[in-house]
Design a protein around this ligand. Structure first.
Ligand code: HEC
Ligand code: HEC
Length: 385
């Protein structure tokens, strides 16, 4: 730590330069002859050289404030300050300027929103990370570590983005499923199985589910809810849902895009057209399998990440983000138990993990290749209650 009071810096500088200081420092500095002990009623700006946002705070609060900044962001002094530890007054790093804006923001939030009570701190958002997270995680997913820059410096750099296109990865995926011809030959798929919800500390009974899926782009799932069926359907022009006997409602735009991505049967045939601006990202690892990562968006979803196994080419995981004015939240689908149906591969199990600790396991008992008539997907008329 290097906390040199303003007077001593001024005195030393004036000695070294052999001139009197008149620019950029207070009059008090120029007249100060020797280092002075911090007295209780001195303000930060009376003692230190370049104080803008902390003006009015007691001078002896500066040191603990800096320690708090370090702790809140998981960084050391040179993250914000000049590498020369004797020049803390310099504004030579952008982080120091950002930190000033942050100080002003926190002061104003607490003043305007919390009647002056110190409710929001640097740690409220940062939680030990230089960049706050901002996006909630799906059930079971780990958050990035908050172990500080020393720890982060020990991590290996991410592996380079492979020199291939997203289109090549998507083509390999189609080939791994049996090829475009095999996909086209299967007119539609119907499946029957169960869906089981899990939440930590809470068990739910499994529910029967039936799925009807037809290329291009039509899907319907029917979940048994007691005497009634819950219906969820999407098509080329949006989708609809009906809970039990209630009137059917149209899906929101983003919800329709999400429902489409959640249909594991039609996904291969429509993924390429659905993804916009698809790019290859740094490769990752799921379990012990290396995966290619594609990032993209859809018409109504701001971000989709698709993870393809390097070796097999198969889609292992898909994560899509739903936008709100206050943030985005993810939904994750992981696929397993691929089997052959009518010459193409189909996952018999997939797990949809949501935020708020919700997880749904879909396990199919039968999947059959059949033709499905249009009427199956028609939105039901509102029934009188
Ligand atoms: C997150 C960024 C950040 C970190 C980390 C940080 N500081 Fe600061 N520091 C600031 C800002 C911003 C100011 C100026 C405050 C103002 O303008 O009111 C400042 C001012 C200072 C000053 C007053 C300099 C002067 O004469 O004007 C000293 C001394 C100082 N910091 C020391 C430290 C030390 C020592 C550490 C490590 C223990 C540290 N700081 C860590 C952001 C940081
Ligand atoms: C309301 C939430 C919030 C609070 C409170 C907050 N920050 Fe931040 N801070 C952010 C966000 C968000 C970013 C990232 C902005 C970006 O990436 O463009 C950030 C970025 C920063 C950065 C730049 C990090 C980098 O290297 O890019 C510094 C430094 C910083 N904050 C310091 C502070 C300090 C010091 C405090 C307390 C006085 C504080 N922040 C309080 C939200 C917050």
């Amino acid at each position: 730590m290097n906390l040199i009071p303003k007077q001593s810096v001024g005195a030393i500088t004036a000695l070294v330069l052999g001139i009197s200081l008149t620019v950029g420092v207070s009059q008090k500095l120029v007249t100060a002859q020797a280092p002075v002990a911090l007295s209780n009623n001195q303000k930060v700006e009376d003692v230190f050289l370049n104080i803008k946002s902390l003006r009015g705070q007691p001078a002896d609060m500066l040191n603990p404030t800096m320690v708090f900044f370090e702790a809140a962001l998981g960084v050391g002094c040179p993250y914000c300050h000049d590498n020369d530890a004797n020049k803390r007054e310099l504004d030579s790093k952008p982080q120091k300027l950002i930190a000033r804006r942050m100080i002003d923001m926190v002061t104003s939030i607490n003043k305007e929103t919390f009647n002056g009570a110190r409710q929001v701190t640097c740690f409220t958002c940062h939680e030990g990370r230089s960049t706050p997270i901002g996006t909630p995680n799906v059930s079971g997913a780990e958050l990035p570590p908050a172990l500080g820059e020393d720890y982060l410096a020990t991590l290996p750099p991410p592996p380079p983005v492979p020199a291939m296109s997203a289109g090549q990865v998507l083509d390999k995926y189609i080939a791994a499923l049996g090829g475009a011809n095999a996909l086209e030959k299967v007119p539609g798929l119907t499946a029957a199985g169960t869906v089981t919800q899990r939440r930590p500390g809470r068990d739910f009974p499994s529910t029967q589910i039936e799925i009807f899926s037809r290329v291009p782009g039509m899907g319907l799932s029917v979940t048994k809810a007691g005497q009634n069926d819950n219906l969820l359907s999407y098509g080329a022009t949006g989708g609809w849902a009906r809970a039990g006997n209630a009137a059917p409602r149209d899906l929101r735009k983003a919800e329709a895009d999400g429902t489409k991505l959640e249909d594991p049967f039609n996904l291969p045939a429509q993924l390429k057209q659905t993804l916009i601006d698809a790019k290859l990202d740094h490769p990752d690892v799921i379990g012990n399998r290396e995966v290619y990562v594609i990032t993209a968006r859809t018409q109504n979803l701001p971000l989709v990440k698709a993870y393809f196994e390097k070796e097999s080419g198969m889609l292992a995981r898909l994560v899509y983000y739903t936008d709100t004015p206050f943030g985005q939240y993810p939904t994750q689908i992981e696929y397993s138990d691929f089997r052959d149906v009518g010459g193409r591969k189909v996952p018999y199990q997939w797990v949809i993990s949501q935020t708020r600790n919700r997880e749904f396991t879909y396990a199919m008992q039968t999947v059959r290749a059949v033709a499905i008539e249009d009427a199956r997907f028609a939105k039901p008329a509102a029934t009188a209650r």
